[in-house]
Design a protein around this ligand. Structure first.
Ligand code: PLP
Length: 432
């Protein structure tokens, strides 16, 4: 069990001054936990309990928490320069040059602070250059908290095919400008563009919909998105906020060989420091230049802390060793879970790409879109995660959420995870 003396006291104080006791919608936990330290692959709560972390703060942590060389680079930068708010800094130029080198579509680079800001700016630019207002997103993808995209992520079955906004207070007129289609469904995209292509400014897509775990795109689907958007004059936006840097420095686009017009990056870009990037074709991105009609701003854009962290993170990733290490361990975790579930007769399909693995509690079968994941047993999924947490393995207890391996995880960590998973799964009540 998770002890809750100091945890409970802090969580209660949090609830008195922070709505719901958390600073981001998806951070609520079934127990009162307050974290006081993070190091390498481990988290420590206020009651001094230790957790092996697979949550990775929803994805930024790829090198391990509090990576010494990233932190040192931030301190060094801050000893020299913080934020000027005029002109540009040497660090910003350095980072933009790196992104330009690594990311196939990044002829131009703009820095901001969060993934939501980057996707917001991408959609504004797409609307500006096309003179159109509507956009297409896909069921199961998340692109941030703003009104144009905050809908149809993990929807109840009866909401599929209808608008499913995640918040009150969103502007109905903005919601109605978004068309939601099934992922990996080329025909649905082609039909929509044929019917109303002239109204559509952009298609925004999580290249791997990691907000519902790990649903792989079919190559022909991504190629069709590229061809159809060209044909209909629509801006193609790859949201690489999760896939960027985690799967390759150049994002999934560098792996799959399909190059979008614009792309957004954040999370693993700076191993946990707040920074994001909007990158893309010069012809489009240059419309953001002052005087060219499209507004882009932010007091903290390009802050030296985030930029130095991003440069140091890229330096760690450049040899490829981090990715090789994380991918191999994630593969062992996925193989181990599959083996254990089979031995115990528990229906499970473990999806994996790169350092991400996700056990779905369902029989093997196609996983092409969100509808396919309705076969996942939410009750088993959440029960398993809760029990793993109680045994010191932090897999956030929310159905469909992904696990991430970092450079700080070791083969022994994976072995221990699998030992505990076997123990937990063996005790899973048959009725859930
Ligand atoms: N895009 C994707 C694919 C995401 O997963 C997220 C956040 O989880 C965002 C955009 C929004 O990023 P942020 O939370 O930094 O605003």
């Amino acid at each position: 069990m998770i002890a809750t003396v100091a945890n409970a006291a802090l969580a209660e104080r949090a609830r008195q001054v922070i709505p719901g006791g958390v600073n981001s919608g998806n951070r609520s936990l079934p127990w009162p936990i307050a974290f006081v330290r993070a190091e390498g692959a481990y988290l420590f709560d206020a009651d001094d309990q230790q957790y092996l972390d697979y949550h990775a703060a929803f994805g930024p942590i790829i090198l391990g928490h509090n990576h010494p060389r990233v932190n040192a680079a931030v301190v060094e930068a801050l000893n020299r320069i913080d934020i000027i708010g005029a002109g540009v800094t040497d660090l910003e130029v350095e980072l933009a040059t790196r992104l330009n080198r690594y990311i196939p579509c990044a002829e131009r680079v703009l820095l901001t602070n969060s993934g939501s800001e980057a996707t917001y700016a991408a959609l504004r630019l797409a609307r500006a250059v096309t003179g159109r207002t509507r956009i297409i997103k896909f069921q199961g993808t998340y692109h941030g908290w703003h009104d144009a995209v905050l809908m149809n992520v993990i929807s109840a079955p009866e909401k599929i095919g209808q608008y499913d906004p995640l918040s009150l207070g969103m502007l109905p007129d903005v919601i109605r400008q978004t068309i939601v289609l099934p992922f990996n469904d080329t025909e649905a995209v082609a039909e929509t563009l044929q019917r109303q292509g002239e109204e559509i400014a952009a298609i925004i897509v999580e290249v791997i919909p990691h907000n519902i775990g790990c649903v792989l795109p079919r190559l022909d689907f991504l190629q069709a998105l590229r061809n159809l958007t060209r044909e209909y004059g629509v801006v193609l936006i790859f949201d690489e906020v999760v896939t960027g840097f985690r799967h390759a420095i150049g994002g999934y686009q560098s792996i799959v060989g399909v190059t979008p017009d614009l792309a957004t990056f954040a999370k693993a870009m700076a191993n946990g420091f707040p920074i994001a990037a909007l990158v893309g074709r010069a012809e489009l991105m240059d419309r953001f230049a002052p005087g060219k009609g499209v507004f882009f701003a932010g007091t903290y854009n390009g802050h030296s802390a985030g930029v130095a962290a991003a440069l140091a993170t890229i330096a760690e990733l450049e040899s490829g060793e981090v990715h090789r290490h994380c991918f191999a361990l994630a593969q062992s975790a996925a193989d181990g879970l599959t083996r254990i579930a089979a031995e115990l007769g528990i229906p499970m399909t473990v999806a994996r790409f790169g350092s991400v693995f996700v056990p779905y509690f369902m029989e093997p079968g196609p996983i092409e879109n969100y509808t396919d994941l309705l076969r996942n047993s939410t009750a088993r999924d959440v029960w398993f995660r809760k029990k793993m947490c109680e045994h010191g393995i932090f897999m956030i207890p929310t159905a469909l959420k992904r696990n991430h391996v970092s450079a700080a995880h070791t083969p022994a960590d994976i072995d221990r995870t699998l030992d505990i998973a076997r123990q937990v799964l063996s005790a899973m009540p048959a009725h859930i």
